[in-house]
Design a protein around this ligand. Structure first.
Ligand code: NDP
Length: 392
């Protein structure tokens, strides 16, 4: 029987690559639900190609042009962020691919889990912010959460068939756009430079997060919630070639790694087809073309964000939620050329210092912490953020 897919964020980098997998496997997948934030033209093209049952555009101002673009089709059309969560929980899909970016992904993740859907999760912010609520809920509802993030997919693959406790998860890190720059040179880096990732072609926000290593910090938090591993048993190692996607070390000293060319369609197809694997086109991997796989320590003075993320994980409560929200505001400001790159981490530090802290938060507490951190970040950077985002 075909799996019916709901792809949240279908117009983004992960969304588009998920549709590649669906296109390659028409006998296995039926694309039922697609969503976007503002890109109604691309959403309409996708809906026509895959004959989607339902589309949602989160930004209500794009509803009318989307309706016009889909005239003559049977596709149902909805608008608004609440509608994204509603279709994630709706009865019309078996698998929800959460490829949204940022805090906006949390509510649809929770809604899909409540509805006992299988979730293929790219939206790491769902776990960074709300892992303490999301994972217990997933266990209670027996909703499988399969990671799409390449590092977590690698760890997931290494853990298959293992029963013994792990000694350590080893997350690899390419080092992002500025890995070859000295600390002093980071003061003047431009948006264009930061958006140029040496290995991966991804959405703008995660590319900036990779340049600051906020992304790597978030991956440590994500690994903690997915695999139940305490922070002291999760380490990060620089690996500029991005061939080893991550590793697991066991108590007997054995280490399992998952390797391959950097291509997000591998972990996406794995999340969709597990326990099977996709038959994907492309050349076989050549070790002789990659004779050097190198590893190095992270420079924590150059990249303070990684240590901050560990600290947030150790503190628990709303700390990582505060870090995430401040980062989202600062990354948007940097991309809009309203602050220098170094201000991203300064903003996170400021918000963490000033924000209130809830040790055992509910989902409502996370919403309040998110709004407070956005307010603090906006004040610090002297930028404006949408009013509804700071209401909580
Ligand atoms: P993109 O920015 O490329 O795409 C994000 C998608 O979400 C788009 O469809 C966008 O719509 C939609 N969207 C954005 N904001 C909202 C909102 N407020 N409400 C509803 N929809 C929204 O992101 P990526 O695909 O790069 O990343 C998605 C997630 O996957 C992130 O959490 C990222 O960290 C994670 N990830 C990504 C990887 C990659 O290779 N790209 C690798 C590993 C993890 P629109 O097009 O209209 O703006």
């Amino acid at each position: 029987m075909k799996q019916r897919l709901a792809i949240l964020g279908s117009t983004g980098s992960i969304g588009v690559q998920t549709l590649d997998i669906a296109r390659e496997n028409p006998d296995r997948f039926e694309v039922r639900i697609l969503t976007a934030n503002r890109n109604w033209e691309k959403l309409a093209r996708q809906a026509r190609e895959f004959d989607a049952d339902t589309v949602v555009i989160a930004d209500k101002s794009c509803y009318e042009p989307l309706c016009k673009a889909l005239e003559g089709t049977d596709t149902k059309i909805y608008a608004g962020e609440e509608a994204v969560a509603q279709v994630a929980a709706g009865g019309d899909s078996d698998v929800v691919v959460n490829a949204l970016v940022g805090y906006a992904g949390l509510a649809p993740t929770v809604a899909a889990i409540e509805a006992r859907k299988k979730i293929a999760l790219a939206n790491k912010e769902s776990l960074v912010v709300g892992g303490a609520c999301v994972m217990p809920l997933a266990r209670e509802r027996r909703a499988p959460v399969i990671p799409i993030d390449s590092e977590h997919s690698a760890i997931f693959q290494c853990l298959i068939g293992e029963r013994a406790p792990v000694r350590r998860l080893i997350i690899t890190c390419s080092g992002g756009a500025f890995r070859d720059l000295k600390r002093e040179e980071l003061q003047y880096v431009s948006v264009e430079q930061a958006l140029h990732h040496p290995q991966w072609n991804m959405g703008a926000k995660i590319t900036i997060d990779s340049s600051t290593l906020v992304n790597k910090g978030f991956e440590v938090i994500e690994a903690h919630w997915l695999f139940g591993t305490p922070p002291e048993r999760i380490s990060v190692v620089m690996h500029p070639q991005s061939i080893v996607h991550s590793m697991v070390e066991f108590e007997d000293g054995a280490i399992k790694a998952q390797l391959g060319s950097p291509d997000m369609r591998t972990p996406i197809s794995f999340a969709l087809m597990f326990p099977d694997r996709a038959k994907r086109p492309g050349p076989v991997f050549s070790f002789t073309e990659h004779p050097q796989l190198t590893f190095a320590e992270v420079d924590h003075e150059k990249y303070p964000a990684l240590g901050i993320a560990y600290e947030c994980l150790r503190r628990g409560g709303t700390a990582a939620c505060t870090m995430n929200a401040a980062n989202e505001v600062a990354v948007a400001a940097f991309l809009a050329r309203k602050c220098p790159w170094l201000d991203i981490v300064r903003t996170i530090e400021h918000a963490l210092e000033k924000a209130s802290f809830v040790a055992r938060p509910s989902l409502d507490d996370f919403a309040r912490a998110d709004a407070e951190a956005r307010r603090l970040a906006a004040e610090f950077l002297h930028v404006r953020v949408p009013e509804e985002a700071v209401k909580g």
